[in-house]
Design a protein around this ligand. Structure first.
Ligand SMILES: [Zn+2]
Length: 69
């Protein structure tokens, strides 16, 4: 009878918060820009025809205070 014991040698990499924080702030700013431009689309100006984007983000527009109707 043989006994096999598994000892995993790979350990998860430790990433310090100081290295993650600038990227998290950058991603947050990009997200805010995306929310702004998608939310403002098909309001006073429109890059795309139709009203699909307006209707898709309509409740969010009102929540964030974009001028709507
Ligand atoms: Zn509205």
């Amino acid at each position: 009878m043989t006994d096999f014991t598994h000892f995993p040698s790979a350990k998860p990499a430790v990433i310090p918060v100081s290295e993650i924080l600038p990227w998290a702030v950058f991603a947050g700013l990009l997200s805010l820009l995306a929310i702004y431009f998608i939310g403002a689309e098909q309001g006073a100006v429109a890059l795309f025809q139709g009203e699909f984007i307006h209707e898709f983000v309509h409740d969010g527009r009102h929540l964030l205070g974009f001028p709507c109707h």
